[in-house]
Design a protein around this ligand. Structure first.
Ligand code: HEC
Length: 159
């Protein structure tokens, strides 16, 4: 192949791939990809941060009863599958575009295009409802009755 052939082949390859990857409208496969690259499982799938891909996809995104405690109180990663199965697409979009407690990366969802967010919704709907709702968030000072990670910076050498 000459350099020209390579350029033509590359242009053809990009032309073929690009429409599927960018701006192709909402679809569940894209949602699956976005979830995989955005770290959502680390918090929303029990054990995923420790076991990663060994947790079957059918068991993922059911939320966590291990909370994150900090100055905001305690937050619990929601069961995303129940959430998506209970809400229509429009209501889910409004819910996902809101803001809430840390350490949920709300700004990441806000920065997503509508197509990206709708794709995530469709992927979650496809996975179907599973698991239990995560515990309700606690206000600062409320008694904590679940396991939780403490999100408070420690000074070096502090005991
Ligand atoms: C660092 C942990 C963490 C990561 C990573 C994370 N989340 Fe969350 N998520 C949370 C917590 C905690 C909450 C509950 C926040 C609250 O109570 O306001 C939450 C709540 C949500 C909610 C609200 C659901 C409901 O029914 O109230 C959605 C939607 C959501 N997350 C989607 C995502 C998506 C999509 C990703 C990946 C892009 C993601 N999250 C990554 C911790 C995380």
């Amino acid at each position: 192949m000459t350099a020209q052939h390579y350029t033509a082949a590359l242009a053809l390859a990009l032309f073929t791939i690009a429409p599927a990857a960018i701006g192709a409208g909402p679809d569940a496969a894209r949602g699956r990809y976005l979830i995989a690259i955005s770290g959502c499982n680390d918090c929303h799938t029990p054990g995923y941060a420790q076991q990663g891909e060994r947790i079957p996809e059918a068991e993922r995104l059911t939320g966590m009863s291990v909370g994150f405690s900090g100055p905001w109180g305690v937050s619990y990663p929601a069961n995303l599958r129940l959430g998506a199965s209970l809400l229509g697409e429009g209501d889910w979009m409004a819910m996902a575009r809101r803001s809430g407690l840390p350490p949920m990366p709300w700004t990441a969802l806000q920065a997503m295009s509508d197509d990206d967010l709708r794709s995530i919704y469709r992927y979650l709907r496809g996975l179907g409802a599973a698991g239990q709702p995560a515990p309700t968030a606690l206000a600062p000072g409320q008694a904590i009755n679940t396991p939780h990670f403490v999100f408070v910076p420690q000074m070096p050498g502090a005991k």
